[in-house]
Design a protein around this ligand. Structure first.
Ligand code: FAD
Ligand code: NAI
Length: 508
């Protein structure tokens, strides 16, 4: 009885604690404190972008040390790892968005935000040209922002390798709008295929969902799509059985090149069981509105051209450099030989500059372009900038103390000398910020049918696993990594809703 009573008390207190903590978090979110106005004498720090890198920086930055200005055409942070789930309505897109205004309103000192795109960074004159490209047009749509320090965190755009027809006919999967477009198009293909009098060949084409690119984006999307078909579409429209097909096309000999061989094999065999067709060694060369043309390498090494009809085409072949980054690279001689993005040093300073830093997918620091890297880089920059501000403050104080000491009476002088020695020690400590070091926590990917694969760093070794338990780990890991408690609650509710009532198949 004593044991049961203790257990009851612990449970009761934990539930009470969780309710109290949730209530406090919600209250705190809804009632931010008053903010300090920025001090005009401080340096102006301009941050481009509101993605993983920039938001990780903003989260940890002591904004009272700078005049911070954020410029991004997207006025929210997007939790990209759950974006593939939005293409089928398993998760609603707003559940993984966090308004930038909420994030900034919770900082100690106010931060200015402009919803705009940086069109050019003028390195010589320390200015960023920005343009508001939104639907509502004001009298002023373009302006310039001066900076003392600049952080470029604009991410990357979709790589198309100049393949004809890709931009015109395929859907990408990088932004919320892309996921919405795909969701709509899946249902459009299904309803059009079911139109009276549609020929058998046309039904097959319309219901052929082709994904190009066997990286994690392509694999996760193919898995989500097949789940949608098995769990929902087939229930409401059994007549599409036998015609609905998902094909993943990859130029290399296997998918998921960044995962261990064992997990690649596991993914490929799981896809086979789920009836997802994997076409490796198949490089897409041309795209029309209804077909893709691919060069297939046969087992004997010869190449053959194949025309594959499709209804929906999702293009996920990785990243390309954004024009604003390309333009900046062109202004800096030290960046001349780089093609993939802004080359940075171990402190993430853009090589060839002194006052420009880069984070995330637009920075080249020898790490994969992932959210994990971008977030760690952003957090590192926040530490660096906080330390730089502290160092500046101590140096100013030291200067004042030395001036005071020169004119002070003998009694006060000893006290001032003690203070100077204390500040010098502090200065030495704060200056000891080491270079950026990335800590790889592992790679995770959902592969459909409630299975995931994980290559996780475990103490000093690596731990590879795949299956349903890994899926539970995948779900809990991403839930805990969501930006806010609000996001976590919304995602959990979406999962429950989709389990109970199924995904919403209306096309809107
Ligand atoms: P982004 O997060 O892309 O942010 C760029 C920001 O810059 C955006 O706010 C954008 O609006 C803004 N911007 C663009 N142009 C301009 C401009 N001209 N001026 C000003 N602002 C501009 N990584 C993982 O580690 N794990 C995962 O599970 C994972 N899943 C993913 C799933 C999908 C579907 C995708 C597409 C990516 C996934 N990634 C994942 C990769 C990860 O999302 C990126 O590496 C990460 O977003 C990079 O962060 P970033 O800050 O560099 O860029
Ligand atoms: P990717 O660069 O990882 O993979 C793209 C794939 O497309 C490559 O395997 C390439 O061989 C293939 N490809 C290129 N051109 C082709 C063509 N013409 N025909 C056929 N195949 C072609 O790109 P992805 O998946 O968009 O990922 C981008 C970044 O985001 C990566 O760094 C990735 O690690 C990260 N990411 C991580 C996720 C995770 O950890 N779960 C999920 C999604 C993205």
């Amino acid at each position: 009885w004593r044991f049961l009573r203790t257990l009851w008390r612990i449970t009761y207190l934990s539930v009470l604690g969780t309710i109290g903590w949730t209530a406090w978090t919600v209250y705190d979110l809804r009632n931010p404190n008053d903010q300090f106005e920025p001090d005009p004498s401080k340096k102006t720090l301009v941050i481009l972008g509101s993605g993983w890198g920039s938001v990780a920086l903003l989260k940890k930055l002591d904004t009272e040390n700078y005049n911070v200005i954020v410029v991004s055409p997207r006025n929210f942070f997007l939790f990209t790892p759950l974006l593939p789930s939005c293409t089928t309505g398993y998760i609603e897109h707003r559940s993984i968005m966090e308004p930038i205004r909420n994030i900034l309103r919770h900082k100690k000192a106010a931060v200015k935000y402009y919803e705009a795109e940086a069109t050019k960074v003028d390195y010589q004159n320390k200015k960023v040209h920005v343009k508001d490209d939104s639907d509502v047009k004001g009298d002023t749509m373009e302006t310039e922002i001066e900076f003392d320090m600049l952080v470029v965190g604009v991410g990357a755009e979709n790589a198309t390798f100049g393949i004809p027809g890709v931009k015109e006919h395929s859907c990408f999967l990088k932004e919320v709008g892309d996921a919405q477009k795909i969701r709509k198009k899946i249902m459009d293909c299904v309803e059009t295929a079911l139109f009276k009098g549609q020929s058998e060949d046309e039904v097959k084409r319309l219901l052929h969902m082709v994904v190009v690119g066997g990286g994690p984006t392509g694999v996760e999307f193919a898995g989500e799509l097949q789940d949608y078909f098995q769990e929902d579409l087939l229930k409401w429209m059994p007549q599409i059985k036998g015609s609905f097909r998902v094909t993943l096309v990859e130029a290399l000999p296997n998918v998921l090149p960044m995962f261990s061989k064992q997990l690649v094999d596991y993914t490929e065999s799981s896809f086979k069981e789920e009836h997802i067709d994997i076409r490796t060694k198949t490089m897409v060369k041309n795209v029309t509105d209804k077909t893709i043309e691919a060069s297939v390498t046969l087992p004997d090494g010869t190449k053959q051209t194949e025309i594959i009809p499709y209804g929906l085409l999702v293009w996920a072949t990785g990243n390309a450099v954004r024009p604003v980054v390309k333009d900046l690279m062109g202004q800096i001689p030290a960046q001349k030989d780089e093609r993939r993005g802004l080359k940075v040093n171990e402190y993430l300073v853009v090589k060839g500059t002194e006052n420009i830093w880069a984070v995330g997918d637009c920075a080249i620091a020898n790490y994969a372009p992932t959210a994990q890297v971008a977030a760690q880089e952003g957090a590192f920059l926040a530490r660096l900038f906080n330390t730089m501000a502290k160092t500046d403050a101590i140096e100013t104080e030291l200067q004042e103390l030395s001036e005071k000491q020169a004119t002070a009476k003998a009694d006060d002088r000893n006290h001032i000398l003690d203070l100077i020695s204390e500040r010098q020690k502090q200065l030495r400590r704060t200056r000891q910020v080491g270079p950026f070091q990335y800590s790889h926590q592992g790679s995770l990917a959902y592969i459909g049918a409630e299975k995931a694969v994980a290559d996780v760093s475990w103490f000093s070794g690596n731990f590879a696993s795949g299956g349903t338990m890994t899926y539970i780990f995948w779900k809990s890991a991403y839930l805990s990594m969501c930006f806010s408690s609000r996001n976590r609650i919304l995602v959990m509710m979406d999962w429950i809703k989709s389990r109970m009532f199924g995904r919403d198949v209306s096309r809107e």
